[in-house]
Design a protein around this ligand. Structure first.
Ligand code: UTP
Ligand code: MG
Length: 608
């Protein structure tokens, strides 16, 4: 079945409101009529119910005394059956529409939440923990679903039952009706008193739930590290601490509930007994008929029970309200626009890139790039070299606008980067990230992930060959259909890197960014990849980050970074003539190579 249209056409950000009622009301857009039908059906059901009590009264007061019971009883019986049947039917219909409202809303909310989360900025995701987002998208969302399926319908139901039964009792005796609702303000007061307390406790509970989710998620992602360092016990103690806190808060929350119930029950039962007593007195005085009293006893239950439930609802609503706030905190975050920027070039980019005095910082206090200044012509290659943490990844993440630079200017084909829409730009850039990530799908799905169009088998194979991974894939029993990751064959680090490279190459981007893309690949394979890349990189601008001189020496421009600044620039020959980091690294690496060679021949007697 395809999801209903309103799942996608409603922008969930419209539900943002400081006023909770307005927020919930807006959230119900497209589902309000179902909600009202549900409440209306409830009214039908309640009317049938109340009528059956009035029928009792009629039977006792008007039919029994006539002595004509034998003739009329079947009609009365039929009346009861019809009323009961009608009540059941209405109640079923009401449930049906209530679930349509609540589940429909939950479906839309889940969809919107997922879509929204993946459109938030890199910075937001850097700072937000996955477990925190997970708990909002699951547990909080469920509390909102319950709010609509139980509490919102419940409120309608209670108000209706209360009104209908109050009118019915007033019809029997107005004095009785007024006496029967003395307890109402007390229950309302008590509920509101507990509402505040319980919502605070629930908020604390949800915060802790997010912490537990984060700990669990991190522990599962890092399960190999935990096992490798034999830190299971340590992790367990850490997790125990979090779940014990969860237990403690959960217990506090339930204790508060447990306190509320007996208190409201005392009030309710006091009211019922008082009502019976006053009613009985009226019967003895002769003001009230026996039939009316019998009807009243049942109606009073119907009037007071909803009151009791109202207390529960108000208290339960606090969970929906807290969860609404927690979800709206995420929904309220600005999405990263993919269509911003006034200048969308026609067709593909050419690829002339100019950095001019670019500075950048991830957060307010620590700059990571200072005055980065270089230019590259379309089709040229730039290599970035430098110690760890010197800012290489940061420089290249500015190009697809993963982050926006703080000052200076970056232009592509003369257009300021900020003016180029992110969506278009990212379509032109292919990135191999420093930490390769593959989805638990087949190898083919992972390679074709980079493009949205249909891809032919030949294209996939060509990309895999260029990344020197085709032959490896063919050795797997399922070839390109091999499942990667959790459930399938797990690839080696180097294989993973090459699959990710194939993914970027398949996209055939104008600008190619390879961040340490061959770090886990042996020199021979790297050579193979380099040859393929040399062919592929013709005509496109490429950025290569690597630690090995051999990888970067063929680049048109080599930039050496240190502590966020460019300290050397030029091609291999130029840099070799200069004193500086580049030659130091070159000497060091050649010395290591020589030593390895020497040792291999001297000690092991192997020719290299
Ligand atoms: P980079 O990630 O740009 O360094 O971080 P790099 O040159 O690529 O390093 P290697 O070779 O991959 O190891 C530059 C600085 O930016 C900070 C880091 O702490 C580092 O000092 N940084 C990085 C952040 O503050 N936030 C981030 O999300 C990433
Ligand atoms: Mg890096």
């Amino acid at each position: 079945m395809t999801p209903p249209k309103q799942t996608y056409t409603y922008d969930i950000r419209n539900s943002l409101s400081k006023n909770l009622f307005r927020g919930f009301w807006r959230m119900m857009t497209g589902f309000r009529h179902y909600y009202f039908i549900a409440v209306l059906m409830l009214a039908g059901s309640a009317l049938m119910n109340t009528s059956s009590f009035l029928l009792v009264r009629h039977f006792v007061d008007n039919i029994l005394p006539t002595g004509d019971v034998a003739r009329l009883a079947p009609f009365v019986g039929l009346g009861f059956v019809l009323l009961a049947g009608g009540q059941g039917l209405f109640s079923f219909l009401s449930g049906r529409f209530a679930s349509k409202t609540a589940e429909g809303l939950a479906l839309r909310l889940r969809d919107a939440m997922y879509d929204h989360i993946q459109r938030l900025s890199f910075t937001y995701h850097d700072n937000m923990q996955t477990g925190e987002l997970l708990s909002r998208a699951t547990s909080d969302l469920d509390a909102i679903r319950r709010f609509f399926s139980e509490q919102a319908i419940g409120v309608g139901r209670i108000l209706l039952l209360f009104t209908i039964n109050f009118i019915a009792i007033a019809f029997l005796n107005i004095q009785l009706a007024l006496i029967s609702i003395i307890v109402v303000p007390f229950i309302a007061g008590l509920s509101f008193f507990f509402f505040g307390r319980i919502s605070r406790l629930y908020e604390h509970l949800q915060e802790q739930e997010a912490k537990v989710a984060t700990t669990l998620q991190e522990n599962l992602s890092g399960v190999r590290v935990v096992k490798a360092f034999n830190r299971q016990d340590y992790e367990r103690v850490k997790f125990d601490k979090e779940i014990f806190e969860h237990y403690r808060r959960g217990r506090g929350f339930l204790v508060m509930h447990a306190l509320f119930w007996p208190l409201s029950d005392v009030l309710v039962f006091g009211q019922i007994i008082g009502g019976y007593f006053v009613g009985a007195t009226l019967v003895i005085n002769g003001t009230l008929s026996i039939g009316s009293y019998l009807a009243y006893v049942s109606l009073l239950g119907q009037l007071i029970n909803p009151m009791r439930n109202l207390g529960r609802l108000i208290v339960d609503m606090s969970t929906g309200v807290v969860s609404y706030k927690r979800m709206m905190e995420v929904i309220g975050q600005e999405q990263e626009s993919l269509v911003d920027g006034s200048h969308k070039p026609d067709g593909d980019l050419h690829g002339d890139i100019v950095f001019k005095d670019v500075s950048f910082q991830y957060n307010a206090d620590t700059p990571v790039l200072y005055d980065v200044d270089f230019s590259v012509k379309a089709g040229q290659s730039v290599a970035l070299l430098g110690s760890t943490g010197s800012g290489k990844t940061s420089v290249v993440s500015l190009i697809p606008r993963f982050y926006d630079y703080t000052s200076g200017s970056i232009t592509i084909d003369g257009i300021e980067l900020r003016d180029i829409p992110r969506g278009y730009l990212r379509g032109q850039v292919g990135v191999v990230e420093q930490e390769p990530f593959l989805f638990s799908r087949t190898i083919r799905d992972n390679i074709t992930f980079s493009v949205s169009r249909e891809v032919s088998e030949e294209e996939v194979i060509a990309a895999a060959k260029a990344a020197a991974v085709h032959d490896v894939i063919m050795t797997f029993p399922d070839g390109y259909n091999t499942l990667v990751g959790e459930r399938g064959v797990t690839l080696s680090g180097g294989q993973k890197q090459r699959v990710v490279l194939a993914r970027a190459l398949l996209k055939n981007p104008r600008i190619l960014i390879l961040d340490d893309a061959t770090s886990s690949v042996d020199s021979e394979t790297e050579d193979e990849i380099r040859q393929a890349l040399l062919r592929l990189m013709k005509g496109r601008t490429s950025f290569i980050i690597a630690h090995r001189i051999q990888t970067v020496m063929h680049a048109d421009l080599i930039l050496v970074f240190d502590k966020g600044r460019i300290v050397q620039r030029g091609n291999h020959n130029q840099l070799m003539r200069e004193e500086g980091i580049y030659r130091q690294i070159f000497d060091l690496q050649s010395r290591i190579d020589e030593e390895v060679e020497k040792e291999a021949t001297d000690v092991l007697g192997l020719p290299v």
